[in-house]
Design a binder for this molecule. Sequence first.
Ligand code: RRO
Length: 305
Amino acid sequence: MVRGLKIELAGLRLRNPLMNASGVFSLTALSLKRLAEAGLGAVVTKSVGLEARTGHPNPTVVEVEYGLLNSMGLPNPGVDMALREMRKAVTSVDVPVIASVYGFSPQEFREVAKRLNRLPISALELNVSCPHVREVGVEIGQNEEAIAEVVSKVKGATRKPIFVKLTPNVTDIARMAEAAERAGASGITAINTVKAMAIDVEMGTPILGGRFGGLSGPAIKPVAVRCVYEIYDAVRIPIIGCGGITRWQDAAELLMAGASALQVGTAIMHNDLPVFRELLTGLKSFLERRGLKTVREFIGSAHRR
Ligand code: RRO
């Protein structure tokens, strides 16, 4: 294990700040276990809702310059089936398990959160930011009142820490973070994917079965850095930075922008699980070169001038 990277996040003690981004390698207990074994500080499940969904028609993923475009469409087995897998996960994984939750209404979010109380899940991440599934993602995440309502409803149903995953597809992400904080969120995850599209010029039609998708990977890292920086100035609750982390320098950049923890998604698809060891070793050496004892000393350091 790489030492010196321990953090505390909304009451969770993590051996290091790295997590997977929800949806990547995170549907089964076995894949969550493999992520934990790859060295992560916590693991995050694929988003689960009240009912099962098959997701969007193929193709659901397309590679573009400097990133990936996905339109998975929230495929998931529904919370009751997902609970079985999560039960296996919490018993076989030696790091905190964070459950990602979505809903078509504040009541649905609440109901899913309530059912998750049956398991020793460490925290919830509310997905109010899927860019391409109608009525369930950005319709909530682009509206301060809707974010606040979802957070308050879920808070009434659980005592677990609540992270709210925000969309960059808004004019002012800091205001969305403030709304989540005012409603009692324990932290913010920033950012979900950027709404995007690709067209096959020979066919003359959109490539993705769902037409629109979410852009992830190196292309969106500067957007993530900007969002985390703005949110850090606006709220006191911790931020989990997510978006395009591929090398340890990207991780350091998001920490300096104000993230206390980090999620990695697309880089797992490109570099597989060894990417986490590389990130941890790189961050550790950087700390040492800077004469710093803990990763905490980095958090938000780009704001101090
Ligand atoms: O399942 C998806 O298509 C998906 C989700 Br829920 C999300 O939050 N972000 C994303 O890029 N894809």
